[in-house]
Design a protein around this ligand. Sequence first.
Ligand SMILES: NCC(=O)N[C@H]1[C@@H](O)[C@H](n2cnc3c(N)ncnc32)O[C@@H]1CO
Length: 147
Amino acid sequence: MRMLLIHSDYLEYEVKDKALKNPEPISEEQKKGRLDEVLAVFMSVEKVDETNPDEIVEKAIVEIKDVASQVKADRIFVYPFAHLSSELAKPDVALRVLQKIEERLKEEGFEVKRAPFGYYKAFRLSCKGHPLAELSRTIVPSGEAVS
Ligand SMILES: NCC(=O)N[C@H]1[C@@H](O)[C@H](n2cnc3c(N)ncnc32)O[C@@H]1CO
């Protein structure tokens, strides 16, 4: 999994079009979303993650909690983003991983939104610009090589 973490004044999105034949079903309310004072986490779930999705979820939680504590963010935006890797996991695996990450972050006490999966979306983001405002992380299941 590749993650781009942006500490932001806000992130807002608007669903524009389907990017998959069968995108995640969403309500009218989910077609737009915004969080203020948020750690936006853009995530590409990778093929290698398919060997142990549950482990990837827990490794992602560790990394996100670490950055969130450093930048003092208690809101997280989980953002599916298929542009950080050329070796993407299948959509059904990727969606399950991202749904589980959302669920686990809520269990950890964060306020969380997750942008809809399988769509083209317009988004606006205001990066805070401090030294830790733009970070990336790469995680793989144990025993796998980072490509
Ligand atoms: N910017 C718009 C967009 O990325 N849209 C992506 C993601 O929402 C989602 N998606 C599909 N596969 C993956 C994956 N492996 N990891 C993350 N998201 C995925 O499906 C869309 C088309 O690839």
